[in-house]
Design a binder for this molecule. Structure first.
Ligand SMILES: *Cc1c(COP(=O)(O)O)cnc(C)c1O
Length: 397
């Protein structure tokens, strides 16, 4: 998956443009910048590639989620439905604006179960936030129908699935808002960075202002700009955006390498009777950043994961026991361990997750192993890896 594996001359040349001008900030300093506007350039490239009217770059994927929620007017006490299997950034971004993360089960897509979503809706629900984990997507058609029926926003976290598609549309562009991360381990990277895409002009304007202290960006004097509403600083720097300008040009090459490597692994594992693959919703195309599959039981999955590691098959994840990606280890959320006082809405409304029944999630995640698909493998390495995986996995029945 990681774009850093193929960091090269084009990234260096883009960064050098910025270093030559010395203007490291995305706004202002028009005369000094030799016409280099890397953040603007990357926003244009991103909105084009993602077939969305607008893109807003920010400092991280977590910032993108936070800014997306804020831009859509989500705030204190609003409920946001999110999956039990995701990165902690999902609830961090929700809590950051005083909203309430409502965890619900995932299904065999390893993403939000539409049925669980429907059951979790209350009169406080504002947003459904599917997370396209490990390169594949939620059943966006079903989720959109639920959102339309209940007048909710659909916010796609496509941080791990950039370049995948659903119903012919790039992931992130199907919902009202979509978010990407360009942190160091994502399919394309800026070092640190993130983006929001949307077709909604007001959300774009809000995101543009909110991510820069409320600046309205009218005129060419930052000091005299006005601030129509409260904001924050979630800006990306020109240096980071420059890296992204190079990486987005390579996205489709990265995707084809991932697909090629994924296919070798998939073809090797497909004949195994004890392995089934995660479900990809009809109309979905993965970005192939991971290959995820189920063993027959949780016990076997645990053992198979250990055996893969011992056989030297690296970068395989057993999410069920993972500190960062599965609700079981989110004790800091469950026990509301914050440095300072939490907003009263959060204190009052956050469900007691120590008592929640997520056995449906456990039944899928407990059986799941996900292996990273790398860009830098040689054909020989992939073939060797595929054979090793098959040898190890066929024993676990
Ligand atoms: C990486 C990631 C994020 C957060 O991105 P950062 O840029 O690291 O803040 C959010 N959601 C998911 C699913 C991610 O994988």
């Amino acid at each position: 998956m990681p774009g850093f594996e193929l960091f090269g001359e084009s990234e260096k040349s883009q960064v050098q443009d910025v270093l030559d001008s010395g203007v490291l900030m995305r706004y202002g300093f028009d005369g000094m910048r030799n016409n280099h506007w890397k953040a603007l350039e990357l926003e244009a490239a991103l909105s084009k590639r993602m077939e969305s009217k607008y893109a807003q770059l920010v400092s991280s994927g977590t910032a993108a989620l936070t800014v997306a929620l804020a831009s859509a007017g989500v705030g204190a006490g609003d409920e946001v439905i999110m999956p039990t299997f995701t990165f902690v950034a999902s609830f961090e971004s929700i809590l950051a604006i005083g909203a309430i993360p409502i965890l619900v089960d995932v299904d065999d897509t390893l993403t939000l179960s539409p049925e669980a979503v429907e059951n979790a809706i209350t009169d406080k629900t504002k947003v459904v936030m599917p997370v396209h984990m490990c390169g594949s997507m939620a059943d966006l058609g079903a989720l959109k129908a639920i959102c339309d029926k209940h007048n909710l926003l659909l916010l796609e976290d496509a941080c791990q699935a950039i370049g995948g598609s659903y119903d012919g549309k790039p992931l992130g562009s199907y919902g009202d808002l979509g978010c990407f991360s360009f942190d160091y381990v994502k399919t394309i990277t800026c070092g640190e960075g993130g983006a929001i895409i949307t077709n909604n002009e007001q959300y774009k304007i809000n995101a543009d202002h909110y991510s820069d202290h409320g600046h309205d960006h009218v005129g060419n004097n930052r000091g005299t700009e006005t601030h129509p509403f409260l904001g924050y600083n979630f800006r990306i720097s020109e240096l980071h955006a420059a890296v992204g300008c190079a990486q987005i040009e390579r996205l489709d090459d990265f995707l084809s390498i991932q697909k090629k490597n994924y296919t070798v692994l998939r073809d090797a594992l497909s004949p195994l009777a004890n392995i089934t693959f995660r479900k990809v919703p009809e109309g979905g195309v993965e970005n192939y950043s991971f290959i995820s599959f189920f063993l027959p039981t949780t016990e076997l999955a645990k053992k198979a994961h250990t055996a893969l590691g011992e056989a030297g098959v690296d970068a395989c994840f057993y999410w069920f026991d993972n500190n960062w990606h599965y609700y079981k280890k989110w004790e800091h959320l469950t026990h509301k361990r914050s440095l300072g006082k939490l907003p009263q809405e959060v204190v009052n409304q956050l469900p007691d997750y120590s008592k929640s029944d997520f056995s449906k999630s456990d039944a899928w995640i407990g059986r799941t192993i996900s292996c990273l698909v790398k860009l830098s493998w040689t054909d020989e390495q992939v073939t060797e890896r595929a054979a090793k995986m098959k040898d190890v996995l066929e024993k676990f029945i």
